[in-house]
Design a binder for this molecule. Structure first.
Ligand code: AMP
Length: 292
């Protein structure tokens, strides 16, 4: 039986006791409605410690007023069934009252990384993310925490926060798990209709195409973005939020791809906002996975 802990004090006490016994604690923060991408984090996490905590919390402070906080899929029973075979030791499942209900007024805000990519159209998002993750780090006090490279900007934000605020936690980035046709797995894929799926798949296809273009010598980021944009715009229901080629450490836009670059995009398919990214590698021998 997986233990479901809903209160902060209970989670803290359990983790403290184990830490004092010399156990290695691993945390995987999620918003639930779990899928194979989350399972990949769990399996990777399992290898890295003795006590594995998966947190499930749809964090209200990282959603803007017109975003899908209310509609976000939630199903604890389904999530617990899915992770039963995975040897998760505890699920931390607090409600918003438990997390923010006590006159809460502090937040963690990064000054540079959130200016780019998703931060442009979601201005409060990364403050919400950094704040909840800092709280989860203080509640569980893990030795290791795992995050997906699908949310590449989030991974960089967390790494930066850990460095800036001296959290003694190893951050592990896990490669993106995809559906057979390439679409990055996401809880939000549940919103997509069968008719919208080809449009959703065009995100991955355009990233793959960009990768090939760079391998065959194209260095002009604008041209690469243009052809990705054309491929995606071919679908009526696709509205591009951004397509960018950028430095994988600072997220600053790059014009010429003369070193490994991150191509990242966000596209709305109907009401569903999807993101994806891929490394573009101009030369052989470059680190294919700097997010790890
Ligand atoms: P979420 O529940 O969407 O907040 O995601 C929780 C964690 O799982 C985050 O670190 C995500 O980056 C990660 N994640 C989500 N989708 C995937 C995926 N397709 N592959 C790998 N990791 C993922």
């Amino acid at each position: 039986m997986i233990k479901i802990v809903t209160d902060i004090r209970g989670m803290q006490e359990q983790c403290d006791t184990l830490r004092k016994k010399g156990k290695t604690l691993v945390l995987i923060p999620t918003m639930g409605y779990l899928h194979d991408g989350h399972l990949s984090l769990i399996r990777e996490g399992r290898k890295r410690g003795d006590f594995l905590v998966v947190s499930i919390f749809v964090n209200p402070t990282q959603f803007g007023p017109r975003e899908d906080f209310k509609a976000y899929p939630r199903d604890l029973k389904r999530d617990v069934e899915l992770i039963k075979p995975e040897k998760v030791d505890a699920v931390f499942y607090p409600d918003a009252q438990e997390i923010y209900g006590h006159g809460f007024q502090t937040s963690v805000r990064l000054s540079k990384l959130p200016k780019y990519l998703c931060g442009r159209s979601r201005p409060i998002h990364f403050t919400g993310v950094a704040t909840i993750v800092a709280k989860l780090f203080n509640i569980v006090r893990p030795h290791v925490a795992l995050f997906g490279q699908k949310d590449f900007q989030q991974l960089l934000v967390i790494r930066q926060m850990v460095k800036d605020l001296n959290f003694d936690i190893e951050i592990v980035g896990v490669p993106t798990v995809r559906e057979p046709e390439g679409l990055a797995m996401s809880s939000r894929n549940a919103y997509l209709t069968a008719e919208q799926r080809p449009a959703a798949q065009s995100l991955f296809q355009s990233l793959e195409e960009a990768k090939k273009q760079v391998l065959s010598g194209e260095t002009d980021a604008a041209k690469i973005i243009q052809s990705a944009s054309e491929r995606i715009r071919a679908y009526m229901e696709a509205v591009i939020d951004y397509i960018i080629v950028c430095d994988p450490e600072t997220l600053e836009p790059m014009e010429h791809i003369t070193k490994p670059a991150l191509m990242a995009l966000a596209v709305k398919i109907g009401n569903t906002r999807l993101i994806d990214n891929m490394m573009l590698l101009p030369e052989s021998g470059a680190d294919p996975n700097p997010g790890r």
